[in-house]
Write a protein that binds this ligand. Structure first.
Ligand SMILES: CC(C)(COP(=O)(O)OP(=O)(O)OC[C@H]1O[C@@H](n2cnc3c(N)ncnc32)[C@H](O)[C@@H]1OP(=O)(O)O)[C@@H](O)C(=O)NCCC(=O)NCCS
Length: 199
């Protein structure tokens, strides 16, 4: 094969490897998060009730360019390599990002984060969103086990895990944006348990 074809092929296969697939559920579309979503991200994420439950690395007060700088510097360079960040969109309003599911290879100990705009809480959206992401992690990305965590007291996040077959393995000290939160629950989901749960 001529060198130029070989280079084109290599570029194509790299592109394919680094692309993040669009995932669909009954009510949601999950699309690769990009800079184009920064203003929706900023609008919905800049809310203490959303941010207080997240790691203390998230700045509060949230800077005006917080979403754009997070997407540009931490998400986009790693998308599809060791991090997969999907924006969540309602099928009934498919152009507005209302939340995200963030998956990463290197456990901290957890491999996933998520948030949803407050006005959409309590409708089962996050439980719905994590299902295709979990399928993708086990079936396409080769994870054999996923680790999740939430602040002790974050009942909604805990419930999403309970509803998706995860097993609580312990409680450890952890730091969050809300200084009153001082511990997190650590959960595990093994591929074989997920496949049984899905069946
Ligand atoms: C966590 C979060 C993503 C959940 O999203 P959601 O779409 O509302 O979640 P779901 O509707 O799928 O499930 C939430 C479950 O928690 C339950 N729940 C919510 N608040 C609760 C509370 N205070 N006490 C007990 N259960 C509660 C809901 O009733 C629901 O369970 P059910 O279906 O059995 O009734 C959303 O609350 C959020 O963005 N929180 C702020 C950011 C955050 O905490 N991210 C996770 C960090 S680990």
């Amino acid at each position: 094969m001529p060198d130029v074809d070989r280079r084109q092929l290599a570029a194509l296969s790299f592109k394919a490897m680094s692309e993040i697939p669009t995932l669909e559920t009954k009510r949601l579309i999950l699309r690769e998060a990009t800079e184009a979503h920064a203003s929706d991200w900023q609008k919905h994420f800049d809310d203490y009730e959303v941010i207080r439950n997240l790691s203390h690395f998230v700045p509060w007060p949230y800077p005006e360019d917080g979403a754009l700088s997070f997407l540009k510097n931490l998400v986009i360079p790693n998308q599809g390599k060791d991090r997969w960040v999907w924006g969540i969109f309602l099928k009934e309003n498919p152009n507005e990002l209302i939340g995200c599911v963030d998956l990463w290879r290197q456990g901290k100990p957890e491999n996933r984060g998520f948030w949803l705009s407050r006005k959409h809480w309590g409708k089962g959206y996050m439980t719905e969103a994590v299902e295709p992401v979990t399928d993708y992690a086990f079936n396409e990305l080769g994870f054999s086990v996923l680790c999740f965590a939430n602040a002790v007291g974050n009942a909604a996040s805990r419930r999403v895990k309970e509803k998706t077959g995860c097993r609580l393995i312990g409680v450890e000290p952890a730091k969050f944006v809300d200084p009153k939160l001082t511990e997190h629950e650590v959960w595990e989901l093994k591929k074989e348990d997920w496949l049984k749960f899905r069946a």
